[in-house]
Ligand binder design. Sequence first.
Ligand SMILES: *Cc1c(COP(=O)(O)O)cnc(C)c1O
Length: 463
Amino acid sequence: MEKQIRYYSTNRNLEGVEDIIPFKGYVSFQEALLRGQAPDEGLFMPDYIPRLSIDDVLALKNRPYPEIALLVAKLFLHDEISHETLEKVVHDSYNFDIPLETVIDGKYVMRLDQGPTASFKDFAARMMARLMSHFRGKGKRLNVLVATSGDTGSAVGEAFKGVEGIDVNILYPRAEVSGRQKKQLDTIGKNVRALSIDGKFDDCQDLVKQAFSDPSLEYLNFTSANSINFGRILPQIVYYIYAYAHLCGKGDEIVISVPSGNFGNALGCEYARRMGLPVKKLIMPTNENDEFPRYLKTGVYEKVSPSRACLSNAMNVGHPSNLARFFNLYGGTVDRLGKVHKYPDIDTMRKNVFSVSISDDVTKECIKQTYETYGVILEPHGAVGWRGLEIFLEKNGDFSPCVSLETAHPAKFPDEIIELLGITPELPDSMKDIDRREGEPAELPMAYGIFKEYLQDNLKIRD
Ligand SMILES: *Cc1c(COP(=O)(O)O)cnc(C)c1O
């Protein structure tokens, strides 16, 4: 049987930093999942990366996605969760398509945009929600609190919808979300409630933080469904293996391009490669937030602060939270604020990873070109990925097969698509009925006392 995997903190070697006591321990997956972050504010890392058998992978050619998810999840979780439970988790999580669209011979776009919120984040959030439901204490309800300025909240809410034993409260700033976003948040229903707050996004975040640190609310079993949770990284390993199984044969290598913001998605590919997937190059194009491509070029890391507002707005990140994990895998340490304590092995990183910054102008041009030349519609994030792949091939010579990820559905960016292509992209099936959905938020003022009372009156702690 495979080795037991335990999780350590990326900050474990961080000495002499004010207010941080490095966490030297190891925790189970269950604990890493329910805690989200290590006690020293570091990110949890598996202490051992299981190996994939390529024959097992190739045997999954043309098999449904949940089977591949099961294979990967079992390698990590075999000693903590039964085969039957995991099988149910992956089947519940992945009940939508993963189209691999041919752009030209040997070059593909993998569309990760068919989930309930038409974003690749559905893949990770749905599986994490079901794992949390399984790993919570018996009969104990968990309460997820999340503050959102728009898209993340609905991805988390939809992921937990109908999941046993967990309730979700999403706080959003009443005047700052778009009409479509408000509709998405208010109408999720079931165990997911929207709280419309008379305040700004930062106020919503403050309310959540205060509740988390309020000892008199500890009995409410809060959890954060945080984006840096290792439970959200694990599911993101799967689709790289899926792409390889479907597109490659024995002995093939593959080039993969991942449009990157907080680097969680690309990290999934880095793990897949370390598990043995023959990835020739991982391409991590960014938008104008170019801290990482600049680092690979110069060897000096400097975050972009404040981050730059670009078209691919989900990637407007000046210091990627998962950079700590990348650096750790290559022997370095960087903290939450972007200070490097030990530089990683940049030569090996350069061998495995290529990165380039794509401006908004080039992104727009790419959306036009790709449509005019190949008839393929990309939205801004996917265009950053595709253009990054093209630049890599221009510099290094042609290679096949290559896959570039489309991380959101073009219909989520109607204005850009209409402006650039003159067409209105159709909503994906999962979102077609959005304007007809019904639901009302709870409306609350920006006042911690009233918010707290609302939580005490409405949240449950037992099934
Ligand atoms: C979050 C997001 C990204 C960036 O993914 P990271 O894992 O943060 O690098 C890219 N595209 C879309 C549409 C996203 O929502």
